[in-house]
Design a protein around this ligand. Structure first.
Ligand code: FAD
Ligand code: ZN
Length: 474
């Protein structure tokens, strides 16, 4: 219960931010109560759109004093309900869109929270450099959201997650204090690395208002390949030999089951089967480097030819043009849409040490089919990172809702296997609302205690993104 009556609070907020930054009508609030997939619906009393860090600080100072809940929002493309408000204020960062600086020599850019990922990539390109994070939501998702969820994608193998791309942060704490950590230092051992607390914390410990991000040389040679094999273990053999041969040039290594290629081809008639025959499993591979020339492509040809000779790979193709490369990428990129057309999916976003990945796929698929005969497992994704989207497509003809109602049963099966293997039940999209109970069930109690202590230290009134990541009161 807020310490200050809400109408007084709104009046005071309008005095400070102006009328045009504080919204209370149902129409203004409506789009901010749901996120991308519209699975969760929240409620809030007001929406604020501060224009700069000082205004974010003013909002937080007032909310902290009054004990009013605050839910930060970027592009609202998160997939776990993290932006869905549980009352109080929705704090939309959408007006913090400046690129404050871009520095070729230091190879970094200082961007405010609501710069979209696509805009940031374009700014880097203007000075002939690369910002390597790339997601299907990049036109809408924001840097603040990417850092708050520690987003990854299909080039994590080479460049790392959002965390690895961040040199410094400006953060507004729960009580309005501004933490200015916008350093572009590659080396800094002056005590605790505080920015790491806020990266991946899904808005529960502070509001990210700006970040210093790393830029890279643009790759001048890029080769894309598609290969088929009999088992995930064979794909793993190929990964291991390619990593030792290509090192950091191995940029993407994505696994797809035969079922995934089938449904993509069925729903995208413009795409053709890239190989001459079917395999049970496929991988999409990309290698890239800053030096130009044909060397990389010939090395890829040799490597795949050797893998076919040794029996790891059944068939493979290398894109001969940018257009062919784009067609291979579309098989991977169109998979989410193809899955939703094929029927309801129960989703898991998990990671395990690479040595367990093939076993996870085999055991997980067998256990899920035993639980519900006819169910079609579709484990796919960032195999090189040990991160799978272990999706389950509904049995043909089954009623959609009846299938979705079984979600918790399958969570238990997959998550228990993952935990036994020393893995994570939230590898890419975070915890949000969706996985809060599973996190409480599966995370080491000592780690949960420390998370609660950090929450209590940074947000003693528990006003920041309530109901997300951590269950209950500290
Ligand atoms: P939002 O959804 O607005 O917010 C996400 C979380 O961060 C929420 O908890 C929110 O409260 C908090 N937050 C947002 N901004 C701030 C801030 N400035 N300060 C503090 N907290 C904040 N994720 C991946 O990792 N890899 C993928 O490949 C990937 N692909 C996707 C593809 C599609 C089509 C979609 C819809 C989503 C995908 N995602 C992926 C999910 C991913 O989390 C996001 O797209 C992105 O990182 C979220 O950015 P956003 O600005 O939309 O954040
Ligand atoms: Zn992913």
């Amino acid at each position: 219960v807020p310490d200050t009556p809400l109408p007084d609070f709104v009046r005071h907020l309008r005095d400070i931010l102006g009328e045009a930054s504080v919204f209370t009508s149902a129409d203004d609030l409506a789009p901010h109560l749901v996120e991308w997939r519209k699975i969760y619906r929240g409620h809030a009393d007001l929406l604020v759109k501060p224009r700069n860090t000082a205004e974010v600080s003013a909002v937080m100072r007032m909310a902290h004093e009054a004990g009013i809940l605050v839910t930060p929002q970027g592009g609202r493309t998160g997939l776990v309900g993290g932006t869905v408000p549980q009352g109080g204020i929705v704090l939309s960062l959408e007006r913090l869109t400046s690129i404050r600086a871009i520095e070729p020599l230091s190879a970094c850019v200082v961007a405010e929270a609501a710069v979209t990922l696509a805009d940031l990539q374009a700014e880097a390109e203007k000075i002939g450099m690369l910002f390597p994070l790339s997601l299907a939501s990049e036109g809408t998702c924001t840097i603040g959201g990417n850092l708050s969820t520690n987003a990854g994608g299909t080039a994590v193998l080479r460049y790392g997650n959002a965390r690895d791309l961040c040199l410094g942060l400006e953060v507004v704490l729960a009580d309005g204090t501004v933490l200015d950590g916008l350093h572009a230092l590659r080396k800094d051992n002056s005590g605790y690395d505080l920015k790491q607390l806020f990266i991946g914390s899904e808005g529960t410990l502070g509001i990210i208002t700006a970040a210093v991000l790393k830029l890279f040389a643009r790759p001048r040679s890029v080769s894309t390949a598609f290969a088929g094999m009999a088992t995930p273990a064979k794909a793993m053999d190929l990964f291991q030999s390619m990593r030792s041969q290509f090192g950091e040039a191995l940029t993407t290594f994505e696994l797809l089951p035969e079922f995934a290629l089938d449904i993509v081809l069925r729903f995208q008639p413009s795409l053709r089967h890239p190989l001459g025959s079917n395999s049970r499993w496929y991988v999409l591979i990309e290698v890239s480097q800053s030096l130009g020339g044909d060397h990389l492509r010939s090395a890829l040809e040799e490597s795949l030819a050797a893998a076919i000779e040794h029996g790891a790979v059944e068939d493979a193709t290398i894109a001969a043009s940018d257009q062919q490369s784009a067609m291979l990428w579309r098989i991977r990129e169109d998979l989410s849409d193809a899955q939703s057309i094929e029927g309801a999916s129960i989703k898991h976003d998990v990671s395990v040490p690479l040595k367990h990945l093939a076993t996870l796929i085999e055991k997980g698929s067998a256990a899920c089919i035993a639980e519900m005969p006819g169910l079609r497992p579709c484990p796919f994704g960032h195999m090189g990172d040990g991160n799978l989207h272990f999706n389950l497509t509904q049995p043909v003809g089954m009623e959609r809702q009846a299938f979705l109602d079984a979600w918790p049963r399958f969570n238990r099966i997959i998550h228990d296997l993952v935990i036994d293997m020393g893995g994570s039940i939230a590898a890419e999209h975070g915890v949000g609302l969706q996985k809060i109970h599973e996190l409480a069930r599966t995370k080491q109690p000592e780690a949960l205690m420390l998370m609660r202590s950090l929450k209590a230290a940074l947000d003693p009134k528990r006003i920041l993104n309530p109901g997300k990541v951590l269950l209950g009161r500290s």
